[in-house]
Ligand binder design. Structure first.
Ligand SMILES: *Cc1c(COP(=O)(O)O)cnc(C)c1O
Length: 226
């Protein structure tokens, strides 16, 4: 039996401990339950335990679950194909995976048509792994300047994924670097850009992520595993 209540209690304790180390309020860290591998009945259980943010990495699955649980906040965290843009604009509270200019343009076009603002995070490839999505750190500044011009798009922060590892200390330099990059970028005050969120940390490394300034952790396995 999966005891999601116990898993969530455990995660919240660990987030609180990490937040204390950084001297921040644990409530300023949003726990996003990544429900991509589970059925909506488990999503409902978690929702009834007070977790209201959920992440999905596929548009069709996000929309299916969103329709069953429309009161929750649905985050798109996976790679987004341009031809799926029409199914996601207006249906998600935050897109974490804005990783290229033509996607930004497509989102903006659809948002204009629907007359809704699209909140996004820029995905940054800090680790430099070739198979990873995300904008190279040295290009983020120029991308932000351009994307900020798009009328219907908002960039509310940065997202990254650390490499898979068994020791979360290996993620720490990655998270430190994203934090430092955000610090640098904030000085520019681009229009349409307000870098208030740092989405970093998953089951393998969310404590280190919070210690390094994350305020959105995306956690799947640690909630939904036995
Ligand atoms: C699946 C996924 C997660 C959650 O990973 P877990 O290891 O299950 O916590 C976080 N972020 C992204 C982008 C994912 O695709």
């Amino acid at each position: 039996m999966i005891n999601v209540a116990a898993n969530i209690d455990n995660i919240k304790i660990r987030i609180a401990r990490a937040a204390r180390k950084r001297n921040i309020d644990a409530n300023s860290v949003t726990l996003i339950a990544v429900s991509k591998m589970v059925d909506v009945s488990l999503v409902e259980q978690v929702y009834n335990l007070g977790v209201i943010d959920f992440g999905e990495n596929r548009v069709a699955e996000l929309n299916r679950k969103r329709q069953l649980l429309p009161a929750a906040n649905w985050h798109m965290i996976g790679r987004l194909q341009t031809n799926k843009v029409k199914d996601v604009v207006g249906h998600t509270c935050l897109i974490h995976s804005l990783d290229r200019w033509n996607l930004a343009e497509a989102l903006d076009r659809r948002a204009e048509y629907k007359e809704v603002i699209v909140p996004t995070l820029l995905e940054v490839n800090i680790s430099g792994e070739e198979q990873k999505a995300g904008i190279a750190p040295n290009l983020v500044k120029s991308v932000l300047a351009e994307v900020g011009q798009l009328k219907w798009l908002r960039v509310l922060g940065l997202m990254t994924l650390a490499p898979l590892n068994d020791n979360q200390e290996e993620s720490r330099p990655i998270f430190k670097e994203l934090y430092a990059l955000r610090d640098q970028l904030i000085k520019n005050s681009f229009s349409g850009v307000d870098l208030k969120y740092l989405s970093m940390g998953m089951s393998q490394d969310f404590e280190v992520a919070v210690e390094e300034g994350s305020n959105m952790v995306r956690i799947g396995t640690s909630i939904f595993k036995e």
